[in-house]
Design a binder for this molecule. Structure first.
Ligand SMILES: [Zn+2]
Length: 382
């Protein structure tokens, strides 16, 4: 949605006192505005997503500077996966790389515009470093986007810093800000897309890091709901999913083992155990598939934003109604910290509470709990 369309919604002070938790946003896209933007906002915490090579460090810095307000999330967004090569060896030329992962096959003049790709392995090393630096960092924004096409200019979609000039009012942001995840069609796009196989490889490598370090993941999915479900459910293929009874028995055994040996560390689960489908736009009847623990034995959350979800009309109401109360999150998915982000927080909280039939304070408490469970929660695997 265009930045001018954001309406001024507000919440009572009592709700801000309970706390509003943004599960997914991108204010490092307008990094220099962040300190002032945070001052203007009452949200308790922002979960800030990294998306590409050049914003991982910004998210690290922002989280280090404002540890009470920001939870960092490191990852590589599907819109930029063409810039990574997944082989061990560097491709002999960038032309070979792009011809292998883009379709339909682009002409040489288009490939001339694209930079040399970087290795996925080096990105995963950087991701691991960031995750170790921040014990509560998430993995994200990761995912699959089958509708995304590369910009005609060959330049990656990125955002001009809104504060390079001396002025820094919200109106400056107006002309320059655009959501990382919502407004691709405003730009002139080429017909070239990244193959699903390539996107999947980049996603799986990052899910491996999430599993290893037991971190939640924030997932982007466009025209890929079936595919994403398949990718996630395949992670558990061939693995015995223990029943509650078996889990309890195993827990008991594990406790006994622990008292006998000095090893107190719980076994890490082999897969990510907390997953958020951000700005969820899939069909309502898929929700019960994701929350079926026999298929995906993780806690799956569904997060909603005004920026993306408002345009879904009646479907939005149906989806929010269907999501279990304890799996619902809210987000702004917005690239600028400040009063507009706050209006988006207020509007999504009001909308969700209205659809769910919750009082606003009651809703804020539920949403706060859900966010804490998603970000800091224990895993359910062992
Ligand atoms: Zn996003």
């Amino acid at each position: 949605m265009a930045i001018e369309e954001i309406e001024k919604y507000s919440l009572p002070d009592s709700v801000w006192d309970i706390g509003i938790y943004d599960a997914h946003c991108h204010p490092t896209d307008n990094y220099k505005r962040l300190p002032r933007g945070l001052q203007q906002m009452r949200a308790s915490k922002l979960t800030i997503m990294a998306t590409r090579l050049d914003d991982q460090e910004k998210v690290h810095e922002a989280a280090s500077q404002f540890p009470d307000r920001i939870v960092p999330s490191f990852g590589y967004h599907p819109w930029f996966t063409h810039l990574l090569y997944t082989s061990q060896q560097a491709p002999t030329s960038k032309y070979d790389h792009y011809r292998a992962i883009l379709f339909p096959e682009p002409p040489e003049e288009f490939l001339d515009l694209l930079p040399d790709p970087v290795s996925l392995e080096s990105f995963i090393t950087q991701l691991t470093t960031n995750v170790k630096r921040h014990p509560h960092a998430l993995i994200g924004e990761v995912g699959i986007d089958r509708s995304f096409r590369l910009p005609k200019s060959g330049k990656q979609i990125s955002f001009v810093e809104s504060d390079s000039s001396s002025s820094s009012s919200d109106d400056d942001a107006k002309s320059e800000a655009s959501s990382c995840c919502g407004e691709a069609d405003q730009r002139i796009l080429s017909p070239f897309r990244v193959t699903l196989e390539h996107q999947k490889e980049v996603l799986l490598a990052q899910l491996g890091v999430a599993a290893k370090f037991e971190r939640p993941v924030s997932v982007h999915g466009v025209q890929a709901h079936g595919v994403l479900f398949q990718i996630f459910s395949e992670l558990w293929a061939g693995v015995h999913i223990p029943s509650k009874k078996e889990k309890n028995r195993e827990k008991k055994l594990l406790n006994e083992e622990r008292t006998e040996s000095s090893d107190n560390s719980p076994r890490p689960p082999p897969f990510p155990t907390r997953i958020c489908l951000h700005s969820y736009s899939g069909p309502p009847d898929q929700i019960s598939l994701w929350t079926n623990k026999r298929k995906i034995p993780a806690q799956v959350y569904f997060s909603f934003s005004i920026v993306i979800n408002k345009r879904y009309g009646d479907k939005f109401n149906k989806v929010v109604q269907t999501v279990p109360d304890d799996r619902l999150l809210v987000e702004s998915d917005f690239p600028v910290a400040g009063e507009r982000m706050e209006w988006l927080h207020a509007e999504i909280v009001l909308r969700v509470c209205e659809i769910k039939g919750w009082g606003v304070e009651e809703g804020a408490k539920i949403l706060k709990n859900n966010w804490h469970e998603f970000v800091y929660g224990h895993n359910d695997w062992n």
